[in-house]
Design a protein around this ligand. Structure first.
Ligand code: FAD
Length: 279
């Protein structure tokens, strides 16, 4: 049996981006993913675009899961969004706190993602499949790893069906996190989130912002390639393939790819990993 895969997109901003994403969905859809997810701008900034991308994916015959962040939202806002999805037969969601842009007012009725998960379960019952976020290298706003882990376990206990991790390049961080979560009684699947090296500079910026370690030897090699895009691509593919192999061999229950709305690297990785089809 092949390890299940899922793919994440952001909602496109332009008509060209919308059309391109439809093609990407078809290309990645050939791998028979469990679902595609679409991110959501905290505070509702992409509400309509996320809905539209989710409906395009569902219209193409695939399971689609919107992300939904609760920071800055009222219960009424969230209930309305869930009702919109429910009316369109969407019952899968990635439930997040989100981050409001700095300087934005934080008024809202939810403080943490765990409250969103509880709210969905209390008001919507059992028929939503809820995924939440996990941070093998600790959430960047949390100083104490043990507290972050405890909050994660509380969030799972609030009613999540599974978790997707922040991206990482250190397999030991993932395995350690899973072991610790299991010790706290978390039984649900914790699926590693994998970021292909689409663009080294951009990924390095994300990693710096979110407190994710890129091993020094990988950084040094990547920086040494300068503008040699072919070498960056080849080396990045090797690094991420080996990471995924270790994760799968070590029992990861699936792989969630951060595609950045591109198919080529993800397709190549899935091919190398033998994740090309699922039956
Ligand atoms: P939480 O689980 O609420 O945790 C946030 C922080 O609060 C952590 O430091 C935690 O330790 C702390 N905390 C939790 N509970 C408590 C408590 N009871 N008391 C004190 N502290 C507590 N962002 C978006 O805006 N849109 C997206 O679509 C999006 N998708 C994502 C998908 C994935 C798979 C991941 C990993 C992240 C995604 N994010 C997205 C980023 C996410 O919104 C940010 O990382 C955000 O800062 C935290 O969201 P969370 O749901 O993990 O929050």
């Amino acid at each position: 049996m092949t390890t299940p895969v899922s793919f994440e997109f952001f909602p496109p901003n332009t008509p060209v981006g919308v059309e391109k994403l439809k093609t990407v969905v078809q290309e990645l859809g050939a791998l028979k993913p469990q679902y595609f997810s679409v991110t959501y701008g905290a505070g509702g900034s992409t509400r309509d675009k996320t809905l539209s991308a989710v409906m395009d994916i569902a219209g193409a015959g695939f399971e689609a899961a919107p992300h939904l962040s609760c920071v800055g939202s009222t219960r009424e806002n969230i209930a309305e969004i869930l009702a919109t999805y429910r009316a369109r037969d969407i019952h899968r969601v990635v439930a997040l706190r989100g981050d409001l842009p700095s300087g934005t007012a934080t008024a809202g009725e939810f403080r943490y993602a765990s409250e969103l998960v509880s709210f969905i379960r209390e008001t919507q019952g059992k028929d939503w499949h809820i995924e939440v976020a996990a941070y093998p290298e600790v959430h960047p706003q949390q100083r104490y790893a043990a507290r972050d882990l405890q909050h994660f376990a509380d969030k799972m206990r609030a009613g999540a069906d599974g978790a997707i991790t922040q991206f990482f390049f250190n397999a030991d961080a993932y395995f350690h996190f899973v072991d610790e979560a299991r010790r706290l009684g978390v039984t649900q699947p914790i699926v590693p989130g994998i970021m292909p090296f689409h663009n080294y500079g951009r990924i390095a910026q994300f990693a710096q912002r979110d407190g994710i370690e890129i091993p020094r030897w990988v950084q040094m090699k990547m920086e040494g390639f300068m503008d040699d895009a072919a070498s960056i691509r080849a080396f990045g593919l090797d690094v991420v393939t080996k990471l995924c192999e270790r994760l799968i061999d070590g029992g990861a229950p699936g792989v969630h790819f951060y595609t950045l709305n591109q198919s080529a690297l993800t397709l190549e990785l899935c091919k190398r990993l033998g994740l090309a089809t699922k039956d």
